[in-house]
Unconditional design. Structure first.
Length: 90
């Protein structure tokens, strides 16, 4: 991954609905430099519309239905995030 120094979130949804709960983990790749980012299952926090949901169980990877990337912290303006691969490692 090569970023622009901004903070991003990787999102995993366990349901089919578009507006459901997502488990998110934040990361910030260095600007202009290829690097490997590894996120542990424990890094993923259950959220809904940006609010943390403390009452939900930890992410069950076997239940993952959708993945996504988003820019974090309501940053505005142009951004750039280059990906070579996304892998799930058990």
């Amino acid at each position: 991954m090569r970023g622009d120094g901004k903070r991003y979130k990787f999102s995993i949804r366990t349901g089919a609905e578009l507006d459901g709960v997502s488990y998110q983990a934040a990361f910030q790749p260095p600007a202009g430099e290829w690097t490997r980012i590894e996120l542990a299952v424990a890094d993923f926090i259950p959220t809904w519309r940006g609010r943390v949901l403390d009452h939900l169980p930890p992410l069950a990877v076997s239940s993952a239905r959708q993945v996504g990337l988003l820019i974090a912290d309501r940053q505005v303006g142009p951004f750039k995030l280059d990906l070579r691969a996304i892998e799930l490692v058990g």
